[in-house]
Write a protein that binds this ligand. Sequence first.
Ligand code: TMP
Length: 214
Amino acid sequence: MEGRETQRGVFVCFEGGDGSGKSTQSRLLGDALTGRGHRVLLTREPGGTPVGERMREIVLSPETGVLADKTEALLYLADKAEHVETLVLPALARGEVVVTDRYVDSMLAYQGAGRALDLVELERVARWATGDLRPHLTVLLDMPPQAGLGRFEGRDRIEGESVEFHERVRAGFLALAAADPDRYLVVDAHESREVIAAAVLGRLEDLLDRAVRA
Ligand code: TMP
């Protein structure tokens, strides 16, 4: 099934384990594109919208405690629906480059491979929640979980999961990328931030022609 066309803009998404450097790379890409005259929307999931930030707090706070797997998935899905409808689609329609820190693949990796919810069912509801909007390019910052999780002092609900959980998440991401190589750039997150940023820009070159410049 092909994803829906995103009109004029370009949709780029960063994925990877916790502590893999997605936020830094999203910011570096945003700065580079703004410097080239593109209009850029830099955003994240969960979050990005006022209600999304509140859902982020609920789903990540250790105070929330244990949730049923489906409850957790539905909270993330509500965030995605709001994010796509109110922020991402309007920006793409204006011809902007949307750079998001996490998207649907995080749900397939964390709630699918990590929590062991049925992947086919999960994909179906995630596509429904997002109107089947798919990124033009997903950049997967790959690293072993021990390396990424070591960067945190206080851990949230997800970061506090076992190393085995995070290993399944990593394998989940790699399987998604391997199944659709044209839409993914997989990079070793141990590379320097400059090397990674250059690889991302290089891969985006052709896609950027369709985006509007300021
Ligand atoms: P982060 O934005 O700091 O990476 O934190 C978000 C956390 O939420 C991270 O541990 C991954 C997790 N997550 C899911 O489990 N499912 C999702 O759909 C998304 C977007 C994030």
